[in-house]
Design a binder for this molecule. Structure first.
Ligand SMILES: *[C@@H]1O[C@H](CO)[C@@H](O)[C@H](O)[C@H]1NC(C)=O
Ligand SMILES: *[C@@H]1O[C@H](CO)[C@@H](O)[C@H](O)[C@H]1NC(C)=O
Ligand SMILES: *[C@@H]1O[C@H](CO)[C@@H](O)[C@H](O)[C@H]1NC(C)=O
Ligand SMILES: *[C@@H]1O[C@H](CO)[C@@H](O)[C@H](O)[C@H]1NC(C)=O
Ligand SMILES: *[C@@H]1O[C@H](CO)[C@@H](O)[C@H](O)[C@H]1NC(C)=O
Ligand SMILES: *[C@@H]1O[C@H](CO)[C@@H](O)[C@H](O)[C@H]1NC(C)=O
Ligand SMILES: *[C@@H]1O[C@H](CO)[C@@H](O)[C@H](O)[C@H]1NC(C)=O
Ligand SMILES: *[C@@H]1O[C@H](CO)[C@@H](O)[C@H](O)[C@H]1NC(C)=O
Ligand SMILES: *[C@@H]1O[C@H](CO)[C@@H](O)[C@H](O)[C@H]1NC(C)=O
Ligand SMILES: *[C@@H]1O[C@H](CO)[C@@H](O)[C@H](O)[C@H]1NC(C)=O
Ligand SMILES: *[C@@H]1O[C@H](CO)[C@@H](O)[C@H](O)[C@H]1NC(C)=O
Ligand SMILES: *[C@@H]1O[C@H](CO)[C@@H](O)[C@H](O)[C@H]1NC(C)=O
Length: 432
């Protein structure tokens, strides 16, 4: 009991500094998780640690869950939600196993797009520190091989879903070889995630536009408000960070993105007749490296509903508004900026003019570096709801094909472009 009795006195220093204290794990609200022997499943011990030390009524008497500098094999789903006033001290590695039939059968519902997850995690006043080396390893290569290019394979798990969370901080965590999406933040607000490293690289199949590490998004926000992503490094085969339905007050800053598709607004407008929004997004001081597809792109479903999520849908309503993308440095990006309102069932074509989802007040400013493209922006908006308030200024990019500044601004249904003149319509339908 000694540790528990001392905690109130020490609380401010302890919360800030993570001084290791010798404590009997059973007797205090610090739980040190012991890895299961012989590489068997550590998930029961982890569930137990959060159950015992993760629910603390008193903000001044926080609990703590400690992962030692060892490898914890994870062979079953975890649902550690409803936590309160707890610190998570991740010193080691959580390594998911390769039992595809188990995960396809047992992954937990995320509550959006029929997506599912290996770990539902959440609560209030949670402070998770990985110290720059604590790691979640999804062992994703088996999944990249298994899905073989199938988009949103049913039951394929996200690595971790932060759900029902507020007033929480996640820092210094490494996420490697995610099974699918990496961190999904849903039904949450006031979350800070900083100094995060994500790398989901297919080491067998070459990354191209038929992505080998398809669907390995770095982070996705859904029904999320006031979320900050600071100092992320993401190297993957899909969206670096994506904002989906009802994402508001999102700040992304001082990040480096490699290989993937860029920052995504959407896809959105997938649920027929539902009203969803994305509002108040700022991304600034961003590096776009290693043949990324875009710096930023925006995608909505068409106005026609066909099929069901995740790969079908359409007919959604709402708007994406007040988005600012400032100080982007590109190195060899294959594209720069795009909007498409053509997303539809299994990449079907047509209906690009039908979406009633409104894209407005989007500013690109101070973008520089190099790209392999003559097109600064390909902005395909729906005739049913033209884009308004699109502003592009201070672009200083060199097209490395011939050393000139990209000169094309392709527009469909862009009302009152600011800072640029449209040079013609988009060249082709872009359905993803
Ligand atoms: C670990 O595995 C070995 C061989 O598979 C077995 O002999 C041993 O009893 C196991 N130890 C424990 C603690 O389960
Ligand atoms: C963790 O353990 C490994 C060896 O298992 C060691 O190389 C590393 O330095 C340790 N890290 C910390 C932070 O103690
Ligand atoms: C899948 O789930 C069903 C029903 O829960 C069960 O009967 C079956 O054994 C499971 N299969 C695997 C591979 O876990
Ligand atoms: C996760 O646990 C919470 C709290 O016990 C429960 O309400 C929720 O239904 C669980 N979610 C799933 C998908 O099992
Ligand atoms: C992956 O799919 C392609 C066709 O799209 C097929 O040729 C190939 O054999 C498949 N690979 C595996 C490992 O199933
Ligand atoms: C937004 O979240 C941060 C924590 O990341 C918090 O400090 C801040 O007070 C929140 N803002 C509002 C308006 O609640
Ligand atoms: C990601 O991992 C791959 C393969 O291990 C490596 O080549 C690449 O440099 C890593 N990317 C970053 C940004 O660390
Ligand atoms: C999304 O936001 C809209 C507009 O604020 C609201 O009407 C709708 O209920 C929200 N949807 C969900 C599922 O929270
Ligand atoms: C737009 O969003 C930014 C934060 O991203 C906020 O500072 C600004 O006040 C918002 N503008 C309007 C008009 O709401
Ligand atoms: C967007 O930011 C403005 C200015 O801070 C604020 O008044 C407005 O409520 C925010 N919108 C949303 C949806 O949070
Ligand atoms: C622009 O972003 C770079 C990082 O990509 C940073 O070093 C630089 O200070 C930023 N410039 C401004 C004016 O914030
Ligand atoms: C540079 O190359 C692009 C093709 O990427 C071409 O459209 C453009 O006309 C070229 N500009 C000059 C000045 O040659």
């Amino acid at each position: 009991m000694l540790g528990k009795l001392l905690l109130p006195l020490l609380a401010p220093a302890v919360a800030a500094s993570y001084v290791a204290k010798p404590q009997a794990p059973q007797d205090s609200n610090t739980c040190i998780v012991e890895p299961a022997t012989n590489g068997s499943d550590s998930a029961p011990a982890i569930r137990d640690a959060f159950a015992r030390c993760g629910h603390n009524a008193d903000a001044n008497d926080r609990g703590k869950v400690v992962f030692k500098n060892e490898t914890y094999h994870i062979q079953s789903v975890m649902n550690t939600t409803g936590l309160r006033n707890v610190d998570v001290d991740l010193q080691g590695t959580l390594l998911w196993d390769q039992n595809i039939p188990y995960w396809l059968n047992h992954s937990l519902p995320v509550g959006y797009q029929n997506q599912s997850s290996a770990w539902l995690f959440g609560g209030e006043n949670v402070h998770w520190d990985g110290h720059g080396y604590g790691t979640l390893d999804g062992n994703g290569q088996v999944w990249y091989d298994f899905v073989n290019g199938t988009n949103n394979y049913p039951g394929r798990p996200h690595q971790i879903t932060v759900t029902g969370s507020r007033d929480s901080v996640f820092q210094g965590i490494r996420f490697v070889q995610s099974q699918m999406w990496t961190v999904t933040i849903i039904h949450s607000e006031n979350i800070l995630m900083e100094d995060i490293y994500v790398n989901s690289t297919d080491t067998k199949q070459e990354v191209g536009f038929d992505f080998s590490s398809l669907n390995t998004d770095g982070a996705d926000t859904v029904y999320a408000n006031n979320i900050t992503f600071r100092r992320w490094v993401v190297d993957n085969g899909d969206d670096s960070i994506a904002m989906k339905a009802n994402s508001t007050n999102i700040l992304i800053e001082d990040c480096r993105f490699h290989t993937g598709l860029g920052i995504a607004i959407g896809s959105i407008g997938q649920y027929d007749g539902e009203f969803e929004t994305i509002e108040n997004v700022t991304a600034r001081n961003i590096q776009i490296l290693d043949k990324m597809r875009y710096g930023v792109y925006v995608k909505t479903w068409t106005g026609r509903s066909a099929g069901y999520p995740p790969n079908g849908g359409g007919g959604g309503l709402g708007y994406a508004a007040n988005m600012t993308f400032q100080n982007f440095t590109l190195e060899g990006a294959t594209g720069i900026f795009a909007v498409t309102q053509c997303t539809s069932y299994n990449d079907a074509t047509g209906g690009c003019d039908t979406s009633e989802f409104h894209i407005r007040d989007l500013v690109l400013e101070d973008w520089h570096g190099t790209a392999v493209s003559d097109v600064v922006a390909a902005v395909q908006c729906s005739a049913a709801r033209p884009c308004t308030g699109i502003e592009i200024r201070d672009i200083d990019i060199v097209d490395t094909v011939n050393g000139t500044a990209p000169a094309s601004y392709l527009c469909d249904n862009v009302d009152g472009p600011k800072g640029f003149a449209c040079t013609g319509p988009t060249w082709e339908e872009n359905n993803r």
